[in-house]
Design a protein around this ligand. Structure first.
Ligand code: ADP
Ligand code: MG
Length: 696
């Protein structure tokens, strides 16, 4: 057995019970795992405070003084030992609840001690409970920096607090001498002047100085990001070298007739460029795996349609998967209408489709009668079989989990071309890391004639003015969305908000002059569709809804988006909602309603929305405000499992890791060189990005 794979149970002082606890609480199974349980900070022992001036807010202080008084106090069943530590400036109480006898006997008067711990105020007194304590004259540790490890309440009851973990670590590192192999290729160690893996790990646990700590942390971050990239990029290379992609060699009648006869407008240059990129993938013989980013309304869906027609022209079936029923429906209606009379058979498959119809659709899919299938995740159910699925488009990909996409992929023995589309721009660093295995296309241009949506922040006090403005727009023939937040934990409360809001709007905009639609998550889908369609066809002027309309809904005549409790929405959601207006030629408005009181981050989000409509800038701001952990869809991405690196602040390391992997795979695409054997081994063992690499 490899040393690093030794079960943690075998480390002296651990044993089965603690081992189980370490597994459960910290995910530490092996020596290797343990060594990678890094301290989250260090205490600088040389920073000795005086008792008078110490920072009582600090999580850890270092003091020097003598013990001049000791006594035990018993109250009820508990006994504690109090000792007074004094230095030239004052005194503080030290308290022990356990090990009292031993401590009492070992503490000596007139001896100077180094004391470390967290000061707390208890009954108006300042004290330190269970401090670390060492005789200053026998303080043999040359350690200036003491590592602080994260632990849990449960572990602490087993003696595995930070100090307990440090003790185990000390022993483990002693055993690990010469047993921690290098994982990075030597050329990279040299190029970036990185410490060896063994050195870095030792320094991180037993630091000598601040400089070494920084260097060692850098090394571990680089390693982490390097392997993440290797995972993704190797998968990408692998895919590109294989020639099992369907070849769409021609552009035929479907595409040409649609393009010439049905399109009433010119494509934007960005759309043309992206179609070219997709087209060249499709005829290359390699499987396409492409991410299409473009702001809401930039015309992604149209690009998807045109490229799906190429698949049909080449005798293949294509499939468009949307995250919600409303959206799938809308795509279907639009596309079916645009393709009428072109001989392309389009069908819709969602959970709401009746079983009998479903059966028929499945049959026609299997015998190739349906050319283009549009749907929700109903299309990835096992019993949905295509005759020859050649191209898959996934709309708003961040809403789909990895597993769902994996299912889609396995519908064929040969992988179909895949295009994933998102209107949630992904900041560059994140895209670099997250989509290392995807090719990227960007539509960075809106169709001409669009006016920038004006965004206004308004408080409840100005509501009457907002109503007047809405009336004015309706008088001009425009339509309006009013959106309420819906957050699952308080769904019933939110529904009440929505209904209250609806009633007040009905009062302000009375029948028969005004018609109002309402859509929320607790309505069944036929009722939702009915209301959506009334709004789309212009029969109603106001659409009151929860965020179900967030994605993709297209009503060009709607010019006002009123967002209630806007401070409760995340930035990307606000941006998506705003994208629902400004889709026609008219000036459009987004009104962000908030109370007077807002949290700082709420205020910051509103400010960002008012100041820019650039999706990429909003994404950057979002990342800064929330950190990557909260970004939609990242939960499954592996990014969150990063132990050391931080996607926001470590951009230079992300970049270096990415470039290193690119160069590496250029010179040694199979990783067959002897000095890269360890990398191959790594890939065989840890396919972290496997799912991504394979699916999208
Ligand atoms: P997205 O999917 O990126 O949000 P859509 O493809 O739904 O954008 O396009 C938004 C609207 O703009 C649709 O009504 C569409 O018909 C229209 N559109 C798309 N491309 C163009 C273009 N080049 N010129 C004018 N209108 C366009
Ligand atoms: Mg769209």
């Amino acid at each position: 057995m490899l040393f690093l794979e030794t079960p943690i149970e075998f480390l002296k002082g651990v044993g089965p019970a603690r081992a189980q606890m370490l597994q459960r609480e910290l995910g530490i199974f092996t020596y290797g795992d343990m060594l990678e349980h890094f301290p989250y900070r260090y205490v600088d022992r040389s920073q000795v405070s005086t008792i008078r001036d110490m920072d009582i807010e600090s999580p850890y202080v270092v003091l020097r003084g003598t013990i001049d008084e000791m006594h035990t106090v018993t109250s009820g069943k508990t006994t504690r030992l109090n000792a007074r530590l004094s230095d030239a400036t004052g005194a503080i109480e030290l308290v022990w609840f356990q090990g009292i006898k031993w401590i009492r006997e070992s503490l000596k008067p007139d001896v100077e001690y180094v004391v470390m711990g967290k000061p707390t105020v208890y009954n108006g007194h300042l004290n330190i409970a269970h401090p670390d304590l060492e005789r200053a004259d026998r303080d043999t540790t040359t350690k200036k920096y003491i590592p602080v490890y994260s632990s849990t309440e449960k572990l602490k009851t087993k003696g595995l607090n930070s100090k307990g973990i440090a003790k185990l670590m000390e022993q483990l590192l002693y055993l690990s001498k010469d047993k921690i192999p290098e994982t990075l290729p030597i050329e990279l160690i040299r190029k970036y002047k990185l410490p060896s893996r063994a050195d870095a790990i030792e320094v991180i646990h037993f630091p000598r100085n601040a400089h070494d700590i920084a260097l060692s942390i850098q090394r571990m971050k680089f390693e982490e990001l390097f392997f993440l990239q290797l995972d993704y990029q190797y998968a990408k290379h692998d895919r590109q070298r294989r020639t099992n992609g369907f070849v769409f060699s021609i552009v035929g009648d479907c595409f040409n007739r649609f393009y010439n006869e049905r399109l009433s407008f010119e494509l934007t240059n960005a759309q043309k460029r992206v179609i070219k990129e997709i087209r060249s993938d499709m005829k290359s013989g390699h499987q396409m795996n492409r991410l299409l980013q473009g702001d809401v309304g930039s015309g992604k869906t149209l690009v998807a349609l045109l490229t799906m027609l190429i698949a049909v022209d080449n005798g293949y079936q294509a499939c468009l998967m949307a995250p919600t029923e409303i959206l799938a429906n809308q795509h279907f209606l639009n596309i079916a209408k645009m393709l009428e009379g072109l001989g392309v058979n389009v069908e819709l498959l969602t959970g709401a489709v009746k079983p009998a119809t479903k059966r028929k659709i499945k049959q026609r899919l299997a015998n190739g009668d349906i050319h283009l299938l549009i749907g929700t995740h109903a299309v990835i159910e096992k019993d949905v079989q295509f005759k020859n699925l050649g191209f898959v488009v996934i709309d708003e990909q961040h809403r789909f989990g990895v597993e769902q996409r994996a299912k889609l992929w396995t519908k064929n023995s040969r992988p179909p071309h895949v295009l994933v589309m998102t209107a949630t721009p992904i900041p560059r660093t994140l895209a670099m890391t997250l989509y290392g295995d995807l090719d990227c296309s960007i539509i960075d241009e809106l169709p001409p004639g669009r006016k920038t949506v004006k965004t206004i922040h308004s408080t409840d006090a100005q509501r009457l003015k907002v109503f007047a403005f809405m009336r004015n727009e309706i008088a001009k023939g425009r339509q309006i969305y009013v959106v309420y937040p819906l957050i699952e934990e308080s769904a019933s409360l939110d529904l009440k908000d929505l209904m209250d809001g609806y009633e007040s709007i009905v009062r302000e905009f009375p029948l028969p002059q005004y018609q109002i639609s309402i859509v929320h998550g607790q309505m069944d889908s036929s009722a939702k569709d009915y209301e959506m369609n009334r709004f789309k066809s212009g029969q109603t002027q106001i659409m009151v809804s929860t965020t179900v309309i967030e994605v993709g809904v297209d009503v060009p005549n709607a010019t006002v988006m009123v967002i209630e409790n806007a401070e409760r929405f995340g930035l990307s959601q606000l941006h998506q909602l705003r994208g629902r207006v400004g889709r026609g030629g008219e000036q459009s408005y987004c009104i962000l309603m908030t109370g007077n009181k807002m949290s700082n981050s709420g205020r910051e989000r509103i400010k960002t929305m008012v100041s820019t409509t650039d999706g990429f800038r909003i994404a950057e701001a979002d990342l800064k405000l929330r950190g990557p952990g909260d970004l939609q869809g990242l939960q499954q991405s592996g990014i969150l499992q990063l132990k050391m690196a931080d996607i926001i602040n470590d951009e230079p390391i992300v970049r270096a890791a990415r470039e290193s992997v690119q160069q590496l795979l250029e010179t040694d695409p199979d990783l067959s060189q002897i000095e890269h054997a360890c990398l191959r081994l790594y890939l065989q063992k840890n396919r972290r990005g496997f799912a991504w690499g394979k699916i999208s």
